[in-house]
Design a binder for this molecule. Structure first.
Ligand SMILES: [Zn+2]
Length: 166
C-alpha cells in the first residue's frame, strides 16, 4: 500500500485516541516503512527502487526485519509499550499498536507475495492486488477511500470538540 492509505488510518485513529497527537498516529501508520528505510540504509534489507518493477513483483525485495509478520507484531507491541510509558493510557497505547500493525495488513492486501512470515527462508505472503491492472486500480481507489474516510472522521471529531468548547 502506498503512503496515502496508511496515513488515512492514522487520521481515522485520532477520534478514538484523543490523548495521542495526530502526528504520532500518522508516524505510527508508517513505522514499518520508516524502519524499512533504515534497514535498507544499513544493508539489512533490500528494496527495488524501480516502482513499476516493484509493483509487478519482478525484482528483489527482502524486508523481513520491517515487514515480516512476526517482526511487525513485535514492532506493534513495542510501540504499544513505549506509548503506554509516555501517555500512561492503555487505550491510547493499544490503538497506536493497532495503527502500527494496520500497515502490515494493508501491505498484505496489495503486495505480491514478498512479505515473509518471519525471516528469510520463511513463506512469503501477500494477496497481490497490485499484480493485475484491475487490482491496481482497485488499490488506488482503496487508498483514496482510506484517506478521505480517515480525514472525514478526524474532521468530524475535531468539529465536535470545537463545538463543545464554544
Ligand atoms: Zn510498507
Amino acid at each position: 500500500m502506498g503512503p496515502i492509505g496508511h496515513l488515512g488510518i492514522g487520521f481515522a485513529a485520532k477520534p478514538v485516541s484523543p490523548k495521542a497527537p495526530l502526528w504520532v498516529l500518522l508516524v505510527a501508520s508508517e513505522v514499518l516503512d520508516i524502519l524499512s528505510f533504515v534497514f535498507v540504509a544499513i544493508g539489512f534489507e533490500e528494496v527495488s527502487m524501480n516502482l513499476s518493477e516493484f509493483i509487478q513483483g519482478n525484482t528483489v525485495i527482502s524486508v523481513p526485519w520491517s515487514h515480516g509478520l512476526g517482526m511487525s507484531v513485535l514492532w506493534s507491541l513495542l510501540a504499544t509499550t513505549i506509548t503506554f510509558l509516555i501517555y500512561r493510557d492503555r487505550r491510547t497505547a493499544s490503538i497506536i499498536g493497532l495503527v502500527v500493525f494496520s500497515h502490515w495488513v494493508l501491505d498484505f492486501i496489495v503486495h505480491t507475495p514478498d512479505l515473509p512470515l518471519f525471516f528469510s527462508g520463511s513463506p512469503l505472503v501477500g494477496l497481490g492486488l497490485w499484480k493485475t491492472n484491475t487490482g491496481l486500480i482497485f488499490s488506488f481507489i482503496l487508498e483514496i477511500v482510506l484517506m478521505v474516510g480517515g480525514v472525514a472522521l478526524y474532521l468530524k471529531a475535531r468539529n465536535r470538540i470545537n463545538d463543545l468548547a464554544k
